[in-house]
Design a protein around this ligand. Structure first.
Ligand code: PEP
Ligand code: MG
Length: 585
């Protein structure tokens, strides 16, 4: 048994520190449990021509066994399993039927006489490379699903489907920190219930499964660490800071003590924050602020409610359309939208119409635009594809009878797009009338302010729409000419640039004058460090990831809105980015 992580702990090796992407906040201190990767240990050999059929059969049998295993897990989920888990396992079991995996792998056995393991890892490599060049982060990270199902089949082929963490080798009372190349949803499920302090992976980004599941388990996680799996050994002592993405291996005692203190402070902070769930979001000078949630899938409405959200400020409907070969039908969309509206029990639910193109391509969309971010995307795409748009609008109208549904149009740049959208909504309504189907007659229509042109010439948009929502992610990208997904220019992506802030201010002021609500639903809204600045710009509606809501509420309740407005107004005329520190006092 390893000695506890305490003052008597010997330092086995000198400290090593690394930084990845912190995807779930929190501090963990514990011992490493390295998770093996079957793909790294496979044997490659050529088979005899006579054995080709038997080898293909061996592969097909392993695929079927892995699929059964996953389906079995999906239908026998423990009650406390994260909500996403069933869907993730089902997606993995479906991948095992994908012709690109099954047929192409068999073809490698038949044509090149590879053994099944070799054929599978080769085909996995081909598919991973195809995913790796996808522009959209979310789709790119789905390459991890392929890798994970292949790992599972390799384990079946090797005769061992056991979890590749050697828990017996790490007998300790300390928390275990799982270190892996990548962790599949199925493995995450098997790891649940263990006393795991954190998850660390070589691969993955903020939308990887490790991130999604760790977030729902509320366990700190750092992904994209590069090669941590090969640098640590079972039993090593680790400190993990899920906020900064810092990981320290075998730290000296004084650093351990500092992080013990931070861990305790973080736990106190969370406990204190949870008390705010039902507290009103009101500034010190009595201004009431609306805090809503951004969601990508209908099931996330629950997390929004759990965080005490006032409504859904942004439902990114494109996630219903992505990662599949067909389009969701009107009925499927109706079920999805109405489930959110019903779950929110009368609170407003703002559903954004399909925002595809550029970084969020639909499967099978082979359009090659010279500059997709400036191309046929979002509302432009919808107006050019009336059948797709019509089905979505009909589904939205039908769902409106279940509560307060609002429609939000992305990437508006011209007034004629607003008029065309209204005509499309009228056409959808007429079709429902002809079918005798009910819908609400007063659905609010709003637009995203994410193209600088509309923030500059905002007045007609404010007048003709019911509300506005500022998409700062794209607004910053288009104002500063910085590709939001390009790490080479990430340092120039500056939400505090005075030009960005003035565009936000113009939009909020125009909304105030016209008596129309204006929200921010880009990442800035959920960043508690800039809450005061946004309040200083006059913002009264914020929409963010549910996990960020209480941090922002805390800031709101400590802020004096009118004093901030005076300070920010003065700072807006300066040429430099606002120094947030000046807004704290
Ligand atoms: C935005 O652009 O700020 C936004 C909220 O939309 P998305 O991130 O989905 O483009
Ligand atoms: Mg956007």
């Amino acid at each position: 048994m390893n000695p506890p992580v305490s003052s008597s702990t010997p330092v086995f090796r000198s400290m090593l520190s690394m930084r990845g992407q912190g995807v779930v906040k929190g501090v963990a201190i514990g011992r490493v449990a390295v998770m093996g990767a079957a793909a790294l240990e496979v044997v490659h050999y050529r088979i005899q021509a006579d054995d080709v059929q038997a080898e293909c059969d061996r592969l097909i049998k392993a695929l079927a066994a892995a699929r059964d295993e996953l389906q079995n897990m999906a239908s026998n989920l423990p009650e406390d399993a994260p909500r996403e888990m069933g869907a993730l396992l089902t997606v993995h079991s479906m991948l095992l039927d994908d012709p690109m995996l099954v047929q192409q792998t068999c073809a490698l056995i038949v044509d090149r006489h590879y053994n099944a393991e070799w054929a599978l890892t080769t085909q996995g490599q081909v598919l991973s490379e195809q995913f790796a060049v996808m522009e959209d982060d979310y789709i790119r990270e789905r390459g991890a699903d392929i890798r994970q199902v292949i790992e599972r089949v390799l384990r079946v082929l090797s005769g061992s489907s056991a979890l590749l963490v050697n828990l017996d080798a790490i007998q300790t009372d300390d928390a275990l920190i799982v270190v892996a190349r990548d962790i599949s949803p199925a493995d995450m499920l098997r790891l649940r219930g263990g006393r795991f302090g954190a998850f660390l992976t070589d691969l993955g980004g903020p939308t990887s499964h490790t991130a999604i599941v760790a977030r729902s388990m509320n366990v700190p996680a750092v992904v994209g660490l590069g090669n941590i799996r090969s640098l640590v050994r079972d039993g090593d002592i680790l400190i993990v800071d899920g906020s900064s993405g810092a990981v320290m291996v075998n730290p000296p005692e004084f650093i351990l003590n500092e992080y013990r203190r931070r861990q305790a402070a973080y736990a106190d902070d969370r406990a204190e924050l949870s008390l705010l769930r039902d507290a009103p979001a009101i500034t010190l000078d009595g201004i009431s602020i609306k805090l809503e949630a951004n969601i990508e899938l209908p099931e996330e409405a629950e997390a929004a409610l759990a965080a005490g959200a006032d409504g859904i400020g942004l439902f990114r409907s494109e996630f219903l359309f992505m990662g599949r070969n067909d389009l969701p039908s009107e009925e499927e969309q109706y079920q999805a939208y109405s489930s959110v509206v019903k779950a929110m029990g009368g609170r407003p639910v703002t559903i954004r119409t399909l925002d595809v193109g550029a970084d969020k391509a639909l499967d099978g969309d082979i359009t090659v635009a010279t500059n997709p971010a400036l191309g046929l995307r979002a509302i432009r795409y919808c107006l050019a594809n009336p059948e797709i748009f019509g089905a979505q609008l009909r589904a939205l109208l039908r769902a409106s009878v279940h509560g307060e549904l609002r429609i939000l149009i992305p990437m508006i740049s011209h007034m004629h797009e607003v008029r065309a959208t209204r005509l499309s909504i009228a056409a959808a309504a007429a079709e429902l009338d002809a079918r005798g189907v009910e819908y609400a007659k007063n659905i609010a229509l709003g637009a995203m302010v994410e193209i600088p042109a509309i923030a500059i010439a905002i007045e007609p948009f404010v007048d003709s729409l019911d509300f506005l929502s500022i998409g700062t992610n794209d607004l910053i990208q288009y104002t500063l000419a910085i590709d939001r997904g390009d790490s080479e220019v990430a340092d120039l992506y500056d939400p505090m640039h005075p030009a960005v802030l003035r565009l936000i201010a113009r939009t909020i002021n125009a909304g105030e004058r016209a008596g129309k609500p204006v929200a921010v639903c880009g990442e800035m809204a959920g960043d508690a460090r800039v809450t005061r600045m946004l309040l200083g710009l006059g913002l009264k509606e914020f929409s963010m990831h549910p996990q960020q809501l209480l941090d922002v509420k805390k800031e709101v309740r400590l802020a004096h809105s009118n004093a901030l407005r005076v300070k920010v107004a003065a700072a807006l005329n300066r040429a430099e980015s606002i120094d947030l520190a000046t807004l704290i006092t």
